[in-house]
Design a protein around this ligand. Structure first.
Ligand code: HEM
Length: 191
């Protein structure tokens, strides 16, 4: 049901001339993807510094809230550019992306990283007054920062593996993998 709906959405996007033009463009697709990759340095560069401070590993003589406040805006600008270029990359190759197990895992990880960031910010705002100058923040803050580092590293790994066709629908895969990747036609052929 969900796989069928996602595939028909992807095929609708794929039929649009702009999607084809972006995918077949000589330069634009490469520029969008290059921006998607280069903005990692801004978005994840800032985020990693904040998380490493929250783990008590860097800038331990600087108040944690000061690091977070200084790096938050460039980090969020980087995040917005990552999402915008990511949506453009998806729009250019919607069917293959929709049926990519790596893309699907990446989206789930993005949601998990977003929820973790939201909870982390709320916990930090609620308690920072008591530990802001501490070189090593309390355990619940360090757990949030460590989880953030792991989730975003997994997002990057999945983003990179999208390009590889190891589990694409045209491969011989077990039924479960066809289902997880959304290979609707291949599943129908097996039934
Ligand atoms: C905001 C956090 C994001 C991060 C950190 C991220 C990271 C990455 C990375 C590292 C790559 C591999 C680039 C390469 O080496 O070629 C990638 C590729 C890709 N990303 Fe993202 N991404 C993010 C958001 C998104 C979003 C929101 C979407 C779409 C909804 C998206 C869609 C894609 C697609 C389709 C590719 C494959 C491009 C290709 O191989 O041709 N990304 N991403």
């Amino acid at each position: 049901m969900v796989n069928e709906w996602l595939l028909s959405l992807a095929r609708w996007l794929d039929a649009q001339s702009w999607s084809t033009q972006l995918h077949e463009s000589i330069y634009m697709y490469a520029w969008v993807e290059t921006t998607h990759v280069l903005t990692l340095a801004v978005f994840l560069g800032m985020l990693f510094v904040i998380d490493l401070r929250m783990l008590g590993l860097v800038f331990t003589d600087t108040p944690a809230s000061k690091i977070a406040a200084r790096l938050d805006t460039p980090m969020m600008v980087g995040f917005v550019v990552m999402v915008a270029t990511g949506l453009a990359l998806y729009y250019a190759i919607p069917v293959r992306s929709t049926q990519s197990i790596w893309f699907r895992i990446k989206l789930l990880l993005l949601v998990a990283a977003g929820v973790n960031a939201f909870l982390f910010r709320a916990r930090m705002r609620a308690s920072v007054g008591t530990w802001d100058m501490d070189p090593k923040p309390p355990r619940h803050i360090r757990v949030g920062a460590g989880t953030s580092l792991l989730l975003w590293a997994a997002v990057v790994i999945c983003g990179r593996t999208i390009a590889y066709d190891w589990f694409d629908c045209h491969k011989q895969l077990p039924y479960f993998m066809y289902w997880a990747a959304g290979c609707v036609d291949e599943m129908a052929a097996l039934e």
